[in-house]
Ligand binder design. Structure first.
Ligand code: 5GP
Length: 210
């Protein structure tokens, strides 16, 4: 019997390694997970491909998506819009895939309101110093953007208690496996398995009627 699909939100400070963790999860369990590709108005970084990392759109196109209800949630982050396309998430959940949203905290809380059964994970590097080192080290942002992202990290740090799980990303493989186990265990909660329980219960009750 198939468990019902779970919607999981993964947030974390810039430099927490969320992107690598998502890639690792998809590479290891390609049939289990579907990672939503967000729309954003920020410019692509070197190596990023439209439709793979993000759908890179203009402000006008993004605002049109908001107006037409094409986004499940959206938020502003360091001067740009980011949002989750609705159709992909709904279609993949309906197809039984565990859908992953790699989004920031405002979006995560909007999702929790719309999907109270969603599971919220927060990813963090082992220390604040390591976070800064990773953010500066990846060399994809100028100094001002790094400063803004560190400021945003300090705001996000105050919201961590609103998440369900904390994952410390010390080692990438361990982190990927921890996220996988959390999601798959979460799906075994009694409250998420009521259809299965009812089917088994009916079958068992039928024995006592013989
Ligand atoms: P980056 O510019 O580093 O790719 O992403 C900046 C932040 O935006 C990250 O915290 C990332 O998780 C978040 N983000 C990416 N896509 C979405 C989205 O669709 N909605 C929201 N709310 N945040 C997003």
């Amino acid at each position: 019997m198939k468990d019902c699909a779970l919607l999981t939100v993964i947030s974390g400070f810039a430099g927490s390694g969320k992107g690598s963790a998502m890639k690792g999860l998809l590479a290891k369990y390609p049939d289990t997970y579907a990672l939503s590709v967000s729309a954003t108005t920020r410019a692509p970084r070197p190596g990023e491909v439209d439709g793979r990392e993000y759908f890179f759109v203009s402000d006008e196109a993004f605002e049109e998506k908001i107006r037409t209800g094409a986004l499940l949630e959206h938020a502003g982050y360091v001067g740009h819009y980011y949002g989750t396309p609705r159709a992909y998430v709904e279609d993949n959940l309906a197809a039984g895939k565990d859908v992953l949203l790699e989004i920031e905290i405002q979006g995560a809380l909007q999702i929790k309101k719309q999907f109270p059964a969603a599971c919220l994970l927060f990813l963090t590097p082992p220390t604040a110093e390591e976070l800064k080192r990773r953010l500066v080290g990846r060399g994809t942002e100028d100094e001002e953007t790094i400063r803004k992202r560190l400021f945003r990290a300090s705001e996000e740090a105050d919201g961590i208690e609103q998440y369900d799980y904390l994952v410390v990303n010390d080692d990438l493989d361990t982190c990927v496996e921890t996220i996988h186990r959390i999601i798959q265990s979460e799906k075994k909660r009694i409250t998420r398995c009521l259809d299965t329980i009812n089917t088994i219960r009916e079958g068992v009750h039928a024995f006592s009627e013989i």
